[in-house]
Design a protein around this ligand. Structure first.
Ligand SMILES: Nc1ncnc2c1ncn2[C@@H]1O[C@H](COP(=O)(O)OP(=O)(O)OP(=O)(O)O)[C@@H](O)[C@H]1O
Ligand SMILES: [Mg+2]
Length: 556
């Protein structure tokens, strides 16, 4: 039974001077549009920040909600014409708070449990509104902990709310159950956050991650051009949990990276789907793409190697005739595909097996960063990421199906992290790409994506709708904002919240891994303290991931 004595005491106990401030009083509103709150006399409208959270103490319920708008109101329509008094302090003082006052809008989203120390499982959805004149109070540290959980074996600290210094956590187990998205314009903090999220996955879950690290940011030292620092990569923080593969051993050696091995990809692994994804990057026409499918049917697995061996016009013409293609299409295609010959990690040796050891490491629970070294054009990135992911996916589907029919265990959940995600998930590329299929349906095959992108409007809307948790930094373009927020609860209001974020290190988080949308100031990454906190927080980890070796390396 509910403990009513504790309930009423908890609801009505006023906060002492240092506790959360009372900000205002409910004066109206509705369930559909949110609650209107008049700013109390001793608070200033300037202190009310869109995106921060409050609690509303109604008669028997405590609501938790976000401030979504702030406005100035007056009861006297003639006020606007009395601006000649604007320098008269007495006039201002008489009107302030009565005739002229501030109002903010709160969107209550959760009902807090009526017991001290409640947890997020005891939260319920809002189905009513608070009564008139309910006090509205800043959310306290305890309120945030109730809603978002405290740092523990599942919960990873990602940042703090805008107004108080307390930890906001993500439930990482829930986070990895679906695909996720990190969006924001250039320079907002996506890569820094991605590294933090990956550290959270490493520490708090049984999932493994495979990171296609186009900019050599995540494995060893990253870049922080603005502060002139070299932030540590995941291998440096968690040496026994992370392995680096490289496409470019020379570049990795030059940068002093401790990598496992260099990856070589046989030509025979390149399939028409890979070329289709590369079409716009390599300037291949639709006819050219069709020709690739025909060539593969005609020449078999080694189609690319064989096709590139057709060096003179006569042979090319007779090939064109055999597969009913225009000779001009084939010769244009051949010229475009010559670019692949200059990719040094592609090898004619069909015995190379880039996949074997990657899968071995993943199944043993080791996270993999594949760095691209100096081969980091979009064409390199698309080709390698798509090709490896396709083959890993095939294996995962096999393993998952096998687990369903035998008593073998399912493969370890895998999170694949891609940047510039629109290159793989563009709505014009067509629905059936490997990454599209993973985003849409592969939760059941134990694979999810972490999609990092500057231009969410280029992503297939179907894919966006499958993204479980979204973390959104500021975006400039209206279409990007609309796509990033599509399907969000009250996206109109969240748009206003997003517009109020600082240009860097502040993001809106909503979706599956948080009980309610929240704006966070993302936790700092890059100082010795930040590394210490990250590695130490592994001690809370449920699994055996506390990395002694990592600690020794960082703090000898
Ligand atoms: N959590 C953080 N801790 C410390 N610094 C940060 C953090 N987030 C962002 N920054 C600062 O902002 C800069 C830009 O961040 P980052 O490189 O992550 O941007 P980005 O969104 O990945 O940009 P791009 O799209 O150009 O790759 C960093 O170099 C760093 O100075
Ligand atoms: Mg980046």
């Amino acid at each position: 039974m509910e403990d009513h004595s504790m309930t009423s005491e908890y609801i009505h106990t006023p906060h002492p001077g240092t506790g959360p401030r009372r900000l205002g009083t409910v004066i109206g509103g509705s369930h559909s549009s949110g609650v209107d709150v008049k700013v109390d006399g001793d608070s200033s409208i300037e202190d009310i920040r869109v995106g921060s959270h409050v609690t509303i103490r109604s008669t028997s319920t405590r609501f938790f909600g976000m401030i979504t708008d702030v406005s100035l109101k007056s009861t006297d329509p003639s006020l606007a014409s009395q601006t000649q008094h604007s320098s008269n302090q007495l006039f201002i003082e008489i009107l302030a708070g009565t005739t002229a006052y501030g109002v903010f809008k709160v969107r209550p989203r959760l009902v807090l449990p009526n017991v001290l120390g409640g947890n997020s499982e005891m939260l319920s959805k809002v189905r009513s509104v608070p009564v008139h004149f309910s006090p509205v109070i800043e959310a306290s540290e305890a309120d945030y902990a109730t809603v978002f959980g405290q740092e523990d074996g599942r919960h990873f600290w990602i940042g703090s709310p805008l107004d108080i210094e307390t930890k906001i956590c993500l439930d990482m187990n829930t986070f990895v159950q679906r695909s996720n998205g990190v969006f924001g314009k250039s320079g907002t903090g996506k890569s820094f956050l991605t590294r933090l999220l990956l550290a959270g996955i490493i520490q708090k879950t049984d999932a493994v991650s495979l990171i296609f690290d186009m900019h050599n940011d995540h494995g060893w030292q990253g870049r922080d051009r603005e502060r002139g620092l070299r932030p540590k990569g995941l291998k440096q923080l968690f040496p026994s949990r992370v392995t680096i593969f490289t496409l470019d051993a020379q570049s990795s050696l030059r940068r002093g990276v401790q990598f496992e091995s260099e990856i070589q990809i046989p030509y025979a692994d390149i399939e028409p789907e890979d070329v289709e994804l590369l079409a716009s990057t390599l300037n291949i026409t639709d006819n050219g793409v069709q020709a690739v499918y025909r060539l593969a049917r005609h020449l078999g697995r080694q189609w690319l190697k064989k096709f590139l061996e057709f060096s003179n016009a006569k042979d090319l013409n007779s090939l064109a005739e055999e597969i009913h293609e225009a000779p001009s299409t084939l010769s244009a295609l051949r010229r475009r595909l010559e670019r692949l010959e200059r990719m040094p990690y592609l090898t004619k040796d069909s015995l190379a097996d880039p996949l074997g050891s990657i899968l071995d490491f993943l199944q043993r629970g080791t996270h993999i960063v594949l760095e691209f070294g100096d081969h980091r054009s979009l064409a390199d990135y698309i080709l390698v990421s798509n090709l490896l992911t396709r083959r890993i996916r095939e294996k995962y589907i096999q393993w998952t199906q096998r687990a369903a029919t035998t008593n073998q265990s399912e493969p370890r959940p895998l999170v694949i992290c891609i940047e510039e995600a629109h290159a793989f998930l563009d709505s014009s590329i067509g629905a059936e790409t490997t990454f599209g299929a993973i985003a849409r349906e592969d939760r059941k095959n134990n694979i999810t994506l972490m999609v990092v992108d500057q231009r969410p409007s280029s992503l297939d809307p179907d894919v966006i709708s499958q993204i479980g948790t979204r973390i959104i930094y500021p975006l400039d373009n209206d279409r990007d904002i609309a796509s990033a927020l599509s399907g969000a609860p009250d996206s109109g209001e969240l748009r206003g919240v997003l517009a109020g974020l600082d240009a860097q290190q502040q993001a809106l988080v909503f979706g599956y891994a948080v009980p309610t949308p929240i704006v966070v100031k993302v936790r700092e990454y890059g100082s010795p303290d930040s590394y210490r906190q990250l590695v130490d927080s592994a001690m809370y980890s449920a699994s055996s991931s506390y990395d002694e070796k990592g600690r020794d390396l960082l703090f000898p």
